[in-house]
Design a protein around this ligand. Structure first.
Ligand code: LAC
Length: 233
């Protein structure tokens, strides 16, 4: 299924960047609920992307991320002074990338593949995350839903990637840790690789996922055989 792949297209948050790293830096200030805050923050951040898309009330991912953070802090009765909120939001701008990301991207590029991001994040958020992790040179194209004002998994988002990359869906290998995003990408027609870092159960079983791996480290080996065949032709 991966023979035709020319581009490795990555989801950003949760796939390249660890969304829990924002709160981890402030666990002392957040106390025993730090992990729960992080999880509720992420859950509501995503929920707001879906509800706002359905309601046709787009707000960019930065604004949505702040709304979800305020809700999560409020839920746990953490008095949210502006300083803590600003610190956590700034922390979200510099999320830590997962340890294997740099090497995996370098290997994919050495195979002659194009590396790209398709994310809900704004261009500024993505640019900062790449910059602080020293990954900017590893990504050829960085695409944000902000250009369309609608969130994943709306098929228009995946179509936008095809248009911008000038590729058919079959030429794109989409890599994500987010089940709902992978379902959208697979339904659209991309080749898909699920990164299951935390041993989550499969869901959206009506969609085909072409490969499942524990980390990005496995992806170059999936694509290398096809690149070698391609170069002999
Ligand atoms: C993204 C979120 C959904 O990067 O993880 O688009």
């Amino acid at each position: 299924m991966l023979e035709s792949v020319q581009v490795c297209l990555f989801d950003a948050y949760g796939t390249l960047f660890d969304v829990n790293s924002a709160v981890a830096r402030y666990s002392a200030a957040l106390g025993e609920n730090a992990n729960a805050v992080s999880s509720l923050w992420r859950q509501h951040q995503l929920e707001y992307t879906w509800t706002r898309s359905l309601m046709n009330r787009y707000a960019d991912f930065w604004e949505i991320t702040r709304e979800a953070l305020e809700y999560a802090l409020d839920t746990f009765g953490i008095s949210a002074d502006a300083r803590l909120i600003n610190s956590l939001m700034n922390s979200y701008l510099s999320l830590t990338s997962f340890p294997e990301v740099d090497d995996a991207l370098r290997e994919l590029k050495s195979l002659g593949l194009t590396t790209a991001i398709l994310s809900n994040g704004t261009a500024y958020m993505l640019g900062e995350a790449l910059r602080v992790n020293d990954l900017a040179a590893r990504i050829d194209v960085c695409l944000s839903v902000d250009d369309l004002k609608v969130y994943k998994p709306d098929p228009r988002v995946y179509q936008y990637a095809c248009d911008r990359l000038e590729m058919t869906p079959q030429q794109i290998c989409y890599v994500s840790s987010n089940a709902w995003d992978l379902a959208g990408a697979s339904s659209f027609g991309f080749r898909t690789v699920r990164i299951d870092r935390h041993h989550h159960k499969r869901e959206y079983l009506f969609e085909t996922i072409h490969h499942e791996e524990r980390s990005l480290s496995a992806i170059p080996a999936l694509l290398r055989p096809h690149r070698q065949i391609g170069s002999l032709l």
